[in-house]
Ligand binder design. Structure first.
Ligand code: GAR
Length: 205
């Protein structure tokens, strides 16, 4: 399965997805990294692994995309014959034209146990709420913000004295396990979606 990773920043999840895709039995292949940030470190990482990169300009600083921005993104995805997309720290909501073009084939990772703490600074939200357990979620993308059927979640304890950074790092370790697991399940055709409920069939190996 030909996969695009869309990312705006550091790219540690891209790294984890790419490493896992190098396993010859994994049918997921990262064929392009698409970023809305020309200086994003993820682009350097991709180049180091000789993964093609595309920088797109959504046309607005925040919120709605311009028609030209949507067209450029769809064009890049089509040129690389992309079949599925992983949002990995892509800090923009995808426009409905892109969501609609890849039904049940766009994944996102979020650093909380959704539906708790959607949106920005999920770790800070968790600390402020005083929860003892948080984690990460991989879900299918619909037109909402951090909504859509959930594929994989992993829990992480909140420790006394945690800061946003220490908690984010502990969650990130689990993100790097959850995301490759979810993408591989999608690529192997082991994902069944019924309404808001997703079933992952077990691996054959
Ligand atoms: C990750 O923690 C990811 O869960 C979060 O951005 C970070 C990207 O890190 N995404 C969101 O908050 C989306 N709502 P990375 O660039 O090292 O993969």
């Amino acid at each position: 399965m030909r996969v695009a990773v869309m990312a705006s920043g550091r790219g540690s999840n891209f790294d984890a997805l790419h490493r896992s895709s190098l396993d010859p039995v994994n049918p997921a292949e990262i064929v392009v990294v698409v970023s809305d940030q020309p200086g994003a470190p993820v682009l350097e990482k991709a180049r180091r692994f000789t993964v093609p990169v595309e920088v797109i300009d959504p046309g607005t600083r925040r919120g709605a995309w311009s028609q030209a921005g949507v067209g450029a993104a769809l064009d890049a995805l089509r040129r690389h014959r992309v079949e599925a997309i992983c949002l990995a720290g892509f800090m923009r909501v995808l426009p409905s034209e892109i969501v609609g073009a890849f039904p049940n084939a766009i994944l996102n990772i979020h650093p909380s146990l959704l539906p708790a703490f959607p949106g920005l600074r999920a770790q800070r939200q968790a600390l402020r709420a005083g929860v003892k357990v948080t984690g990460c979620t991989v879900h299918l993308v619909d037109e909402g913000v951090d909504t859509g059927p959930i594929l994989v979640q992993r829990t992480v304890p909140v420790e006394p004295g945690d800061t946003e950074d220490t908690l984010a790092n502990r969650i990130l370790e689990q993100e790097h396990r959850a995301y490759p697991e979810a993408l591989r399940a999608l690529a192997e055709g082991r994902v069944t979606v019924e309404g808001t409920s997703v079933t992952l069939a077990p691996t054959l190996t």
